[in-house]
Design a protein around this ligand. Structure first.
Ligand SMILES: C[S@@+](CC[C@H](N)C(=O)[O-])C[C@H]1O[C@@H](n2cnc3c(N)ncnc32)[C@H](O)[C@@H]1O
Length: 441
């Protein structure tokens, strides 16, 4: 992972298969792998506090082994002898007994300090002072880089809710499924998967964390259900429900469709009324994924840049821009992402987001609706992008903002509007953002 910059959720399943790990062993390996990646920055600070040198002067494989050991000691409460011995054995095999002696000494110190002070108290002590720097403190304690904690606090409008938001973002999330409209109901899907119906999405089902390999579920294999966070379902549903001026002619567009999660839901919904969805995706292999996942639905996939898609202007009733973004709202599902993302990623993406939103406003017809969605709550990617476009006088189109909250009945704590920001700690979803704009001329 560290060496190849790989994605944990793509790598881990093949590792589990290669070593034939099943059930409890697979669950333990998953918790250890994902958990260690999720907490990496915090674990590094703990290791540095116990080592006599900075981390960048320690060989990579030793750092990996110490992270695994420290995670077990601090966050899984694995007994000292087991946590230390497994990490030391790994290092002895890889790098010899001098290195394993070093790792043994550090991990013993971690274990002793955690036992003496209490793991949580020790972490709070290593963190920036809570009164002087509440955002830095909460970020450290809940294992997030501070710039991400700051972005969450900015979007929440205060730092009071931040510890709850970061704690929920640090917990292992439940897998959410989409019951494909017209194929299976959420009630039936919950019954056949042993899950529970989602609280807000009529098509959603939640599975318990650690309930096994999702790909092996019959409903997934048969294509009647797909994995999709409930927040993603809700924002797509709101786009499908938003009030149009004039008749819905059933021509919908998804401008950033790969890998196809929302295209499946929108394609199924528009298909129920005899309409069609055009789905645009710039990356070829992701366009192929959209083709695969929407097979059997009235969806036409275009491999093209959404900023200049070969599609008519002023033609679509509903356009979804699920913009490429930093993904800061879905960190709980991408264990390594929080330490890989950098603050400078935001501005490059904001430009692309503006251009895609402008393209969507060209393609939508007068009276039609554009849904601008990100799986990031960062203000520069959300209200910053939308505000910048809506204020412009040179667009050639005029728009009004709709109160998106009105299209998510029953979902609590949606804030002052008119946009919607979902949160893991409030809604149990990823932190999805949605603005609805209706073209007025
Ligand atoms: C947030 S993802 C979309 C997720 C998707 N809607 C779903 O629910 O599965 C953004 C997608 O936009 C694609 N993308 C990036 N730049 C693009 C562009 N200029 N035109 C069209 N798609 C683009 C990315 O490859 C990525 O697949």
């Amino acid at each position: 992972m560290r060496e190849r910059d790989a994605y944990a959720n793509l790598v881990l399943p093949s590792i589990l298969r290669r070593y034939r790990l099943k059930d409890r062993d697979a669950a333990l390996a998953t918790e250890l792998g994902y958990g260690t990646l999720r907490a990496a920055g915090q674990l590094d600070a703990v290791i540095e506090a116990c080592a006599d040198r900075p981390l960048h002067r320690i060989e990579g494989p030793l750092v990996d082994a110490m992270r695994l050991g420290t995670y077990q000691l601090l966050r899984m409460r694995v007994p000292e002898h087991a946590a230390v011995a497994t990490s030391v054995d790994i290092v002895r095999g890889l790098a010899g007994s001098r290195s394993s002696g070093f790792v043994n000494a550090i991990l013993r110190k971690v274990a002793e300090t955690a036992a003496a002070k209490g793991a949580e108290e020790w972490l709070a002590e290593l963190a920036p002072d809570e009164k002087e720097d509440p955002i830095g403190h909460a970020s450290f304690v809940h294992a997030h880089p501070k710039w991400i904690g700051q972005a969450f606090a900015d979007a929440l409008g205060s730092h009071e809710e931040l510890p709850a938001a970061l704690a929920a973002d640090d917990a292992r999330p439940a897998v959410h499924l989409l019951a494909r409209p017209g194929e299976i109901t959420a009630e039936e899907l919950a019954l056949v998967t042993g899950g529970t119906e989602a609280p807000y999405s009529p098509y959603g089902v939640h599975l318990e964390p650690g309930s096994g390999e999702v790909g092996e579920l019959d409903a997934i294999r048969e294509g009647v259900a797909t994995v999709q966070d409930e927040g993603s379902q809700l924002v797509a549903l709101a786009v499908s429900r938003a009030e149009l001026v004039g008749e819905d002619t059933g021509r919908w567009l998804d401008l950033c469709a790969g890998p196809g999660g929302k295209a499946v839901l929108l394609g199924a919904l528009v298909g129920l009324d005899g309409g069609t969805l055009d789905a645009v995706e710039q990356t070829e292999h992701r366009a192929d994924l959209v083709r695969k996942s929407t097979d059997g639905l009235p969806v036409t996939v275009h491999h093209a840049d959404g900023r200049e898609a070969p599609l008519p202007d002023g033609a679509f009733d509903r356009v979804l821009v699920d913009a490429p973004c930093t993904g800061l709202g879905a960190l709980r599902r991408r264990p390594e992402a929080r330490w890989r993302r950098k603050p400078e990623d935001v501005s490059a993406l904001a430009k692309l987001q503006r251009e895609l939103l402008l393209a969507a406003l060209r393609h939508v017809r007068v009276g039609g609706v554009v849904g601008y969605v990100t799986c990031s709550p960062h203000l520069s990617e959300t209200v910053g992008v939308v505000g910048g476009i809506v204020r412009r006088k040179d667009l050639g189109v005029t728009v009004e903002r709709l109160d998106a909250r009105g299209y998510l009945p029953g979902v609590p704590e949606l804030g002052p509007g008119p946009h919607v920001q979902l949160w893991p700690h409030r809604h149990g979803t990823d932190a999805m953002f949605l603005t609805l704009l209706r073209r007025t001329a």
